[in-house]
Write a protein that binds this ligand. Structure first.
Ligand code: NDP
Length: 453
């Protein structure tokens, strides 16, 4: 690594202590960009990377609300407005007990590059709360969302910052937050994406991240003249991204054999076909139950609870061709990566954000498998959010096919941008470098054009 990048990392660690996920995300990008900064001293002189690492604005606030027992609860709310050089801040809200400043900064940082790759005019942001929607009643979730929006509303707007969903924030939560925003502002605008279809949402938005990750895998496979037909796929998670990843794998002739939640995972060697997926969607989206019930319902499927003492995740230790991590960050460690390779996996397309630890990433790259990092592979979600914003601005809705075709084209174009940038900067086949470099260049040039602001 160049001394410039070394010095930069030392500063990042000193200025942002106790934020390991943020350090991890910055380190990966800085490594990819070393060659770019060598070739383009003008970016270095303008301290573009130093500026991208520093959020433009960081908002933290108290979220007090009352539970069904009449007890007062206090959570913490965040919005990281990372970079708006190429468009309004855009990125999801995460509600999960693990949420903290460092995790949201890593996500906001990644979002800047991802949004740049989508070809659409969107800056990067991320937000959320340490609130846990699991086990809460609908009324509790509503009261929390209203309390959260009672502060957030003054910081966002359709031309300023447009949040969306992420872990723990789906259609229900977006609805409650949109309702509160509309009431407080007395205006109906496209301030959030992932909205319901009859109040400004876009067809295909719920499907987009999962579909996009599978389209990206198909593009990577096409570079080796292969398709998903007949491929066995490991999928983690069972939320929004995992569900539509499984649906698209099935549509393209593959077979998804696993799904998980934070309690454990199921392995179904017969494949999670459309009927079983329907059950899974009802279980997770309507009944809000646990994945174990899948194995109780379908013969041949086995359930394994998570064993925190194990240093690897057995989900990644089955014979397969492709892996679609779709749960959370750092869910594939070095040992998991070794197990995947040992079991024949040669395609990894990341639906989740930063699901692979750096030693795992290194193994995938060294072994020259088709490895699509989250910032490229899961960009279909935010891209379709961008399409939702366009439709809101026009006050017009596109058909399902129209949105899906646009999503497919965007994923192809992201894939091409990654391949071209990796080639141009001397690391052909390395999608990590490709995504980081292509995402960076557009934002960097916009920042150069706009002066020191
Ligand atoms: P959901 O909340 O719908 O689903 C998350 C899934 O992952 C659940 O099955 C959940 O299990 C599991 N999970 C979450 N945290 C953990 C954990 N710490 N350990 C084990 N399992 C966990 O979220 P999404 O599907 O929307 O998001 C999944 C990933 O995709 C995230 O990394 C997110 O940032 C990323 N992503 C999402 C986009 C979107 O459009 N929604 C866009 C781009 C990326 P349980 O229910 O038990 O917690």
């Amino acid at each position: 690594m160049s001394s410039y990048v070394n010095d930069l990392m030392a500063t990042v660690k000193a200025k942002n202590p106790a934020e390991p996920e943020f350090h991890q995300a910055v380190h990966e990008v800085a490594e990819s960009l070393a060659v770019v900064l060598d070739r383009h001293p003008e970016y270095r002189k303008a301290k573009i990377l130093d500026r991208i690492i520093e959020p433009e604005r960081l908002i933290m606030f108290r979220v007090p609300w009352m539970d069904d027992q009449g007890e007062i609860q206090v959570n913490r709310g965040f919005r990281i407005e990372m970079n708006s050089a190429i468009g309004p801040y855009k990125g999801g809200l995460r509600f999960h007990p693990s949420v903290n400043l460092g995790i949201l900064k890593f996500l906001a940082f990644e979002q800047v590059f991802k949004n740049s790759l989508t070809t659409l005019p969107m800056g990067g942001g991320k937000g959320g709360s340490d609130f846990d929607p699991k086990g809460k009643s609908d009324y509790e979730v509503m009261r929390f969302c209203q309390a959260f929006m009672s502060e957030l509303f003054r910081h966002i707007g359709p031309n300023t910052d447009v949040p969306a969903g992420d872990i723990g924030v789906g259609g229900r939560e977006i609805g409650f937050m949109f309702g509160q925003y509309r009431k407080l502002r007395n205006e109906f605008t496209g301030v959030l994406t992932g909205k319901g279809l009859n109040w400004g949402g876009s067809l295909i938005r719920p499907e987009a991240t999962g579909y996009g990750a599978v389209y990206f895998a198909a593009e990577m496979l096409s570079t080796r003249s292969q398709t998903l037909q007949g491929k066995t796929c490991l999928v983690s998670g069972s939320g929004n991204v995992a569900q539509y990843t499984i649906e698209k794998i099935n549509q393209l002739g593959g077979k998804a054999v696993t799904a998980s939640d934070s309690g454990g995972y199921v392995h179904d060697p017969e494949g999670i076909d459309s009927k079983k997926l329907e059950f899974l969607m009802d279980l997770k989206n309507v009944r809000r139950g646990r994945i174990k019930e899948y194995a109780d319902k379908f013969k041949g499927a086995t359930y394994s609870p998570i064993d925190p003492k194990m240093d690897f995740n057995p989900l990644w230790n089955h014979k397969a061709d492709c892996a679609f991590p779709s749960a959370t960050q750092n869910e594939i460690n070095g040992k998991d990566a070794q197990n995947l390779l040992k079991n024949g996996v040669f395609v990894v397309s990341e639906g989740a954000n930063m699901p692979t630890t750096p030693d795992g990433v290194k193994l995938f790259i060294d072994q020259k498998i088709l490895y699509g990092p989250g910032k490229a592979a899961n960009a279909g979600g935010v891209a379709t959010s961008g399409l939702e914003m366009s439709q809101n601005s026009m006050r017009y809705g596109w058909t399902r096919d129209e949105v899906d075709n646009r999503l497919h084209l965007i994923m192809k174009s992201i894939h091409k941008a990654c391949v071209d940038a990796a080639n141009r900067f001397g690391t052909p086949g390395n999608y990590v470098n490709g995504a980081n470099i292509a995402g960076f260049l557009k934002v960097a040039d916009a920042m150069m054009d706009q002066g020191l602001v």
